[in-house]
Ligand binder design. Structure first.
Ligand code: PLP
Length: 456
């Protein structure tokens, strides 16, 4: 057993990591060959690795560190809460102050009558809650056959068996026997990749109407809910055409099905509003939350539920819960995070400063020979890499995954950008300053140039 020290050389850390640590969503062959990048510290929007590199984190970790790294206030609150009440559960008619206060705060921030919070430890768990809650809701209303949840291909809703089934990632469905029964996937509103000759607006309507077709084919009496991210994140920051969401909302209103907005990425300021649903004028019955709720400083998620759904669920015992539902330390950290977001007017900074400047710069990337489209909503953006902009063509297989090549160039230039196939995506901390946006853009452009030179 080796003692891990701050001075241990990177290769030794990597060797120990490779020997014992199984990584999530990681190309294991490459990991064995190259070793993992070892992150040692972080402050603001900057990561430091074990080699001393200063890396601009344009992904805010995994889309979560909304207030940026290094906020001592959250550490202080966590330490205080650990001393006072490090753990107690919320089962069996028990509660505690952090859970009460956080539920109340979320209810205050959430739109409409979304006044009720069922806590979980993560977004995946919260979506598992949603599966059981919407089916139980309809059963309590005397309609137990309404059990199908409609979702979208290329959606991401988590990695547990339930939430991974809700997601529409075929690579995930290929492993471990997913999806579970009674989940149905319709096509995504990804105009760049799938819009063909249609205008974006016509395509948006057509893809929304697939929801109606699915409801009619499956039977209204069989469909419990539709779940979607306001802006698809892990699928490649796919921003639906403007026509899409109004049509989806109309269809949800017309038929008796619940609308679940998965706000795990869009929530807590990323779009410039507290929730993506407010930005896109969506009226959900349930919202899934996690990530930005605590800015990733502590694991916590939840389902924010309408008064109508919650009142039905409250008719009897809901046989569901997690050991860490409403964990007092995570709840206290989340409350402090929300206080900072609110008191420092970080949403105002997004709306008035960061997002407009980033949008202007980001959209100018379409001038680059590799970039076909540039999309951005608030502080989440994507570019589509293409060999031929007019036809929106994909790269030939022998070129390799150009997004991957570009991502590697970004790492080499001390920038974390992610790729989804040949889409490059960003989701930086919301506190990003204009000069940091300039740095991000410089490094992104250098990386694109190097990628272009490499594949020519
Ligand atoms: N929903 C969405 C939209 C997500 O992006 C994610 C994670 O990326 C999840 C759910 C799952 O959250 P977690 O990883 O906390 O389980």
């Amino acid at each position: 057993m080796s003692t891990i020290t701050n001075h241990m050389p990177t290769e030794e850390l990597q060797a120990l990591d490779a020997a014992h640590h199984m990584h999530p969503f990681t190309a294991n062959g490459e990991l064995a060959q190259k070793g993992a990048r070892v992150i040692t510290r972080a402050d603001g929007v900057t990561l430091t690795d074990s080699e001393g590199n200063q890396i601009l984190d344009a992904m805010a970790g995994l889309w979560c560190v909304n207030i940026g790294y290094g906020r001592d206030e959250l550490a202080d609150v966590a330490a205080r809460q650990m001393r006072e009440l490090p753990y107690y559960n919320t089962f069996f008619q028990t509660t505690h102050r952090p859970a009460i206060e956080l539920a109340q705060k979320i209810a205050q921030l959430a739109p409409g009558d979304l006044n009720n919070v069922f806590f979980a430890g993560s977004g995946s768990e919260a979506n598992d809650t949603n599966i059981r809650m919407v089916r139980h809701y309809w059963a309590l209303k005397g309609k137990p056959s309404k059990s199908i949840i409609i979702s979208r291909k290329n959606a991401y809703h988590g990695s547990s068996v339930g939430s991974g089934s809700l997601g529409g990632m075929s690579a995930m469905h290929e492993q471990g026997g997913l999806p579970i029964p009674d989940v149905h996937h319709i096509n995504q509103p990804n105009w760049w990749a799938e819009g063909g000759d249609m205008s974006p607006e016509d395509f948006g309507i057509a893809r929304a109407q697939e929801l109606e077709q699915a409801i009619l084919e499956l039977g209204e009496d069989r469909v419990a809910a539709f779940i979607a991210e306001p802006v698809q994140g892990a699928g490649g920051v796919i921003v639906a055409p403007d026509s899409y969401w109004p049509e989806v909302q109309k269809i949800c209103d017309k038929y008796e099905i619940l609308l679940i907005a998965d706000e795990v990425i869009c929530g807590f300021g990323r779009t410039g509003e507290w929730f993506g649903s407010q930005k896109l004028d969506i009226r959900p019955d349930i919202m899934t939350i996690a990530k930005g709720l605590s800015s990733g400083y502590a694991p916590i998620g939840g389902s924010v539920v309408s008064d109508e759904v919650a009142s039905v669920i409250a008719q009897s015992e809901f046989n569901h819960g997690y050991t860490y539902s409403g964990h007092p330390v995570a709840a206290a950290v989340a409350l402090e995070n929300l206080r900072i977001l609110e008191e420092e007017n970080i949403l105002g900074h997004v709306r008035d400063v960061a997002a407009p400047y980033l949008k202007e710069k980001w959209e100018s990337l379409v001038a680059h020979p590799l970039v076909g489209e540039a999309k951005i909503v608030g502080m989440m953006g994507s570019i589509a890499l293409t060999p031929h902009k007019e036809s929106r063509a994909a790269f030939a297989a022998e070129t390799g995954t150009v997004g991957y090549i570009c991502r590697e160039r970004c790492f080499a230039n001390n920038l974390v950008m992610r790729h989804v196939g040949d889409r490059m995506i960003i989701s930086p901390p919301l506190i990003l300053k204009p000069e940091e946006i300039d740095m991000l853009m410089d490094r992104a452009l250098t990386s694109l140039d190097e990628c272009y030179a490499q594949i020519k």
